[in-house]
Write a protein that binds this ligand. Structure first.
Ligand code: TXA
Ligand code: MG
Length: 323
């Protein structure tokens, strides 16, 4: 820590054992701690403490009917907070810790505030050593939405958390840049056929090894709170470059670009990703950087590919205001 740091910057700490213990203490007292996961940064609070959960909604400016994910360290812990079916247990054994959130029937101990008033609860064990160590030290589940202001791109670096909600958070554990870069897959497992509410790095093809899985029905989508809100949006317009789309670049001057294909000349700034993994990893930080480069428009390549491509397309189309 150097003496030129602002008070807000002084909230960022390396995830040493000592600092993780301090973070657990803050959470025990009802505070907010942002923590790294393998997907994006989470904004943690004691999920069993209604007041602490309320602070999350306030800090993010998040609608109260949009439920939170409970972060646990293992399947045994999950069974304290939800009805873990044999199928859900199989999913946990195969994909946890990892980027899969499973929606199940909730146990009564989970406050309604954390589950947006629903009778279901979303659970996930993150594959990040600092996050797992924090959850174990706490001894309670961590409610953890992405640590951004509601509607903004998710944070993949500690500095993004600081920029969005630095004033509301008590501490930020800095685990460096997150690996995957897009949020976990959310799968509703309350029925035998898995309904994918949000695509992520655990792809539909991977889930199909265990159970039939597909996009959720329009009816379920209507009832699924997270799908109702505009999301992931930078502060300038984002426009999609689809395979078929002609003329997205025509007549534009102050534009910048991100994607896997090479764009025509003329961008103020260009960010090229070599693989879908790189695109997912850099998607949100590129949005945050490009919105600061003075452009009026971000044009984003919209890759038509299965697997991780589905997650990339989902985030881009929502950032572009579709759905
Ligand atoms: O990767 C991630 O999942 C990150 C890291 C921090 O773990 N977290 C995250 O949380 O993205 P959040 O709150 O930004 O997104 C959770 C999504 C929301 O779309 C929410 O509506 C949905 O999960 N969700 C949570 N509980 C649900 C439930 N009981 N039924 C249906 N959807 C639910
Ligand atoms: Mg989010």
């Amino acid at each position: 820590m150097n003496r030129f740091m602002t008070d807000r910057q002084k909230k960022i700490f390396d995830p040493t054992e000592g600092n993780i213990s301090k973070a657990a203490e803050i959470l025990r007292r009802g505070g907010l701690v942002a923590f790294p996961t393998e997907t994006v940064y989470g904004l943690g609070a004691n999920a069993l403490d209604e007041r602490a959960v309320g602070k999350i909604f306030e800090a993010k400016g998040r609608p109260g009917d949009n439920p939170l994910i409970l972060h646990v360290s293992c399947a045994d812990e999950a069974s304290l907070y939800a009805e873990v079916t044999p199928q859900a247990l199989e999913l946990m054994k195969r994909f946890w810790p990892g980027p899969l959130t499973i929606v199940l029937c909730a146990a009564d101990v989970v406050p309604l505030a954390a589950r947006g008033g629903l009778d279901t609860v979303a659970l996930r064990a993150p594959a990040n050593p600092a996050a797992l160590s924090l959850i174990r030290k706490c001894g309670f589940p961590l409610a953890g939405p992405s640590a951004n202001k509601s509607g903004r791109p998710s944070p993949t670096r500690a500095i993004d958390v600081l920029n969005d909600i630095g004033d509301s958070v008590d501490m930020i554990l800095d685990g460096g840049e997150t690996g995957i870069g897009v949020e976990s897959t959310v799968a509703d497992a309350t029925e035998p056929r898995l309904a994918i509410l949000r695509p992520g790095a655990v792809t539909r093809e991977m889930l199909a090894e265990i159970a039939e899985a597909g996009p959720c029905s329009p009816d379920k989508a209507r009832r699924s709170p997270g799908t109702r809100y505009r999301h992931y949006a930078p502060s300038v317009e984002l426009r999609l470059w689809e395979d078929s789309s002609q003329g997205v670049f025509d007549g534009e001057s102050a534009w910048c670009y991100m994607g896997m294909r090479k764009p025509p000349k003329g961008a103020l700034r260009t960010t090229i990703f070599a693989t879908p993994e790189e695109y997912a990893h850099g998607l949100f930080s590129a949005m945050r950087e490009l919105e600061r480069c003075g452009a009026k428009l971000i044009i984003a390549d919209f890759p038509d590919m299965p697997g991780l491509g589905e997650a990339i397309r989902n985030r881009l189309s929502r950032a572009a205001g579709r759905q």
